[in-house]
Ligand binder design. Structure first.
Ligand code: 8YV
Length: 317
């Protein structure tokens, strides 16, 4: 009898889904009209769960799965997983650490470059036919040079380090803040986020959100200042979103590149009117290469967990 696995989010790689269907009896909750009724009917036989980083899994759902042996997160964020409950239940929760690092770092760089060079607003200027009507060079404001910017990184985990390596290649001096200094890295540690913002031309958020809700507020944005840029490829809840919208509208910061938001997919509509913000739809890891590698790690974790082994990438056991 194939083990029963509950899937909370789609995996966008057909070959991974084919292997899941071959190995397991799959229960795709996101396809169900009445998920609660579905869990009542099938929850008792579920031994494994697959979820997404931004979806996670609650204590209530884990409690309704008495036979659960493993939670495999198709992602690296665990801020939406009740880790304390999983630990208490000796339930392995795994992540796809390392599989998406390069892709998320690439998008962070793309968002900063697109924002400081006005790539999207000028793209709209051209597509709308405005260039034909306003061919004079002065019709488009001068942009800002990225190379050499002072970059501050919030959270120097895998993604943060990959971003630091990328911007260093552009001649950017890098400083970072985190829960503490990281001895093995050469970049300068700044204990205070406010001071880091003050000393940076661009602040890039790469931190886990578990312990950092709302750390980027009006004070931090004002420290970054009217020439400063913010990039977020981590979690929307790291930022006080209303403060950010106001700072962008009032030009108290120069611009922002945002892939994540406090209440996805609901992006504050005020941002749609602003030309100093670049918007994405939580796509940082959404490449064929990353999602395939993530899917492979999910398959490996499920196999290990359901074989009663301690999964290699378990955070809780
Ligand atoms: C994915 C993420 O969008 O890794 C994370 O925590 O949020 C993203 O990589 C998500 O996990 C998709 O499942």
């Amino acid at each position: 009898m194939k083990p029963h696995v509950l899937q909370l989010n789609p995996i966008l790689v057909p070959s991974i889904n084919e292997r899941l269907d071959a190995l397991y009896t799959m229960h795709r909750l996101y396809e169900q009209r009445d998920p609660d009724a579905y869990i009542l009917e099938h929850g008792g036989v579920v031994r494994g769960v697959i979820t997404g980083g931004h979806t996670g899994i609650s204590r209530v759902l884990m409690e309704s799965l008495p036979a659960l042996e493993i939670v495999a997160v198709n992602g690296v964020g665990t801020d939406a997983v009740d880790l304390a409950y999983a630990r208490a239940r000796r339930l392995p929760v795994t992540g796809t650490f390392g599989a998406l690092t390069e892709d998320v770092a690439d998008l962070a760089l793309a968002l900063l470059l697109a924002t400081c060079r006005n790539v999207c607003s000028v793209d709209r200027f051209v597509r709308s036919g405005t260039w034909v009507r306003q061919p004079q060079p002065g019709a488009i404001p001068l942009a800002r040079r990225f190379s050499g910017m002072r970059v501050g990184i919030v959270g120097l985990g895998r993604v943060g380090r990959a971003v630091a390596a990328r911007v260093s290649a552009f001649g950017c001096p890098v400083r970072y803040t985190d829960l503490g200094p990281i001895p093995e890295v050469a970049w300068t540690y700044e204990p205070q986020l406010l001071q880091l913002a003050c000393d940076s031309d661009a602040l890039i958020l790469c931190a886990a959100a578990d312990k950092a809700e709302g750390i980027v507020d009006a004070a931090v944005l004002d420290a970054l200042g009217p020439q400063g840029f913010l990039v977020n490829v981590a979690r929307g809840r790291l930022v006080r979103e209303a403060d950010l919208v106001r700072a962008l509208r009032e030009r108290r910061i120069a611009g922002a590149g945002l892939d994540v938001f406090a209440d996805e997919p609901n992006v504050p509509a005020e941002l749609f009117e602003l030309d100093n913000v670049t918007l994405q739809a939580h796509r940082a890891s959404a490449t064929v290469e990353a999602r395939t590698a993530m899917g492979e790690m999910v398959l490996a974790s499920l196999a290990q967990g359901l074989a009663g082994e301690r999964p290699a990438h378990s955070l809780t056991t």
